[in-house]
Design a protein around this ligand. Structure first.
Ligand code: ATP
Length: 491
């Protein structure tokens, strides 16, 4: 098999020790890889590179496409940017993958059969960092969910299940409340699941889903979700698995995929030959499966599991009565290598088997260009008065001067005019929904004729001249013939 070159960084703190151990293990398993090393981290930050990486390293990362990364130390103080965030944004790493596994009875956990992979969308959702304060009282944060972004992560989850020999994918979002954004994700999940008939699939609402995850994690296999939910449940599941120190993680993109241990650079124990290299070893095995070298990953992970099972433990996981021998980083590495040579498999822990030896390819997503019809506008006002007064004044203002009419006013999503919930607390942030004067309604569903965009501009001028403080507008569309905006509560 021809050797592929990957990028490797030795990192800071315990990084060099655990990376040396990992590379020795890859060598012992005769993995057909060559390494190109880059310097990133503390030294580079202190040389004045604010993201901890030099320009020439970008080229190497781009060329090799696969990056095995040891933990780094970000110097204290302001002005230093997170290297991971910079790499993730530069290369569009859309998936964060966190396998969480119990190693009962060798590592303490209340959930002996937990073996879950959380696949978290990594680029969108509330993490786009788009926030505004437009009134004294209200701050907003935009949640962006795109069709291609969702398609990529969902497809990746199913491809992952195939490559890593997983049986089921569960989608967790809150589409009963966020019907458009989370609804897009769950709808796409159901469609894409049909393309993978050999993999079981189901959907759960994230609130009850995460409660079930914490209570009966053995019922889950692969979980795919949006950015924020994924952030929360990946920490939750990692915590209850009890094995964060042994876990690897991956950030996957079409141009670059990065594999690393979950733990940090642990400077307190650096250079002492006591660090546990398991997190990085497991990360390197995730990398091998990703590259289509799963047969090597299988040998390494089974040897590693057997080492854990034989009670050969580094100090961080050593427990009297369960562990047999406390070993250094180098001794642990030798023990794993010994078991690689003998192709040993665990007896109590579940042996690993990766059936596919196919590299994971580029994950494609469709681009859309759907028919869009403008049918109204929500104009947000900063207003200090009462709902009825605002509603009546706006209605009167528009009467003979606009082809639009005020349909409703909501405050924090709740309808307050006309005939709104009188007792609801009203902030200074009002959404006023304007639609064509010729609109009607059938069984609560508004039937809205198209409006020309000029009507919105005219309306904005009218409101401005009447002294209203306009803080933002959102256009209302029918997209592909369907209402593409939510109705206010009580609308
Ligand atoms: P970071 O801020 O870099 O993510 P952190 O504050 O979460 O890091 P870590 O560097 O992950 O902290 O480590 C916390 C402590 O756990 C360390 O001080 C160390 O004692 C222990 N530790 C972490 N990783 C290992 C390891 N691989 N082997 C042994 N002990 C470890």
């Amino acid at each position: 098999m021809s050797e592929q070159t990957i990028t490797v960084s030795m990192g800071d703190g315990i990084g060099p020790e655990i990376m040396k151990s990992t590379l020795k293990i890859l060598e012992a398993a005769e993995v057909p890889l060559k390494y190109e090393f880059i310097d990133i981290g503390e030294k580079v930050y202190l040389e004045g590179y604010t993201s901890g990486i030099k320009p020439e390293a970008w080229e190497i990362l781009k060329k090799n496409k696969i990056f095995l990364k040891a933990p780094i130390t970000t110097p204290r103080g302001s002005g230093y940017k997170s290297l991971n965030v910079t790499i993730r944004k530069t290369f569009g790493l859309f998936a964060n993958v966190r396998p969480c596994i119990s190693y009962h009875p060798f590592i303490f956990t209340r959930h002996p059969d937990l073996d879950i992979v959380i696949i978290r969308e990594n680029e969108e959702d509330l993490y786009a960092g788009i926030e505004y304060q437009q009134t004294s009282e209200v701050v907003e944060c935009l949640k962006l969910v795109s069709y291609p972004g969702s398609e990529k992560i969902i497809r990746y989850a199913f491809e992952y299940a195939k490559a890593y020999n997983r049986k089921k994918v569960t989608c967790m979002v809150k589409d009963n409340i966020m019907k458009l954004s989370d609804g897009l994700f769950s709808k796409l999940f159901k469609e894409i699941a049909k393309e993978y008939p050999d993999i079981e699939s189901n959907s759960e609402i994230i609130d009850i889903g995460s409660a079930h995850l914490a209570d009966r994690p053995e019922n889950y296999d692969v979980v795919v979700t949006l950015n924020l939910y994924g952030d929360i449940i990946s920490d939750l599941v990692a915590q209850i698995a009890g094995s964060v120190g042994l876990a690897g993680s991956a950030n996957i993109g079409n141009q670059l995929s990065m594999f690393e241990a979950i733990h940090g650079s642990a400077p307190d124990i650096a250079g002492k030959n006591i660090a546990n290299p398991s997190g990085l070893i497991n990360a390197s095995c995730m990398m091998l499966v990703h590259m289509g070298l799963g047969s090597y990953a299988e040998i390494i992970q089974n040897a590693w599991l057997k080492t854990i099972e034989d009670g050969i433990h580094t100090a961080d996981i050593f427990r009297e009565g369960i562990s047999k021998k406390k070993v250094s980083t180098e001794e642990f590495t030798k023990e794993v290598i010994h078991r690689i040579k003998n192709k040993e498999k665990p007896q109590t822990l579940k042996p690993i088997s990766y059936k596919s030896n196919k590299a994971m390819g580029i994950i494609q997503a469709k681009r859309l260009n759907l028919k869009k019809e403008l049918v109204g506008v929500d104009i947000y006002l900063d207003y200090k008065g009462k709902a009825v007064e605002l509603g009546e004044n706006l209605t009167a203002l528009l009467k003979n001067q606009s082809n639009l009419k005020l349909r409703i006013i909501t405050n924090r999503g709740v309808k307050v005019y006309p005939e709104g919930i009188i007792d609801t607390f009203c902030s200074d942030h009002w959404r006023c929904r304007f639609v064509s004067k010729n609109s009607s309604e059938i069984e609560g569903e508004p039937i809205l004729p198209p409006i020309p965009k000029e009507e919105i501009l005219k309306l904005l001028s009218l409101l401005y001249e009447a002294g209203y403080d306009i803080i933002k507008t959102e256009n209302l569309y029918y997209i592909d013939g369907k209402r593409a905006f939510s109705l206010g509560q009580g609308e």
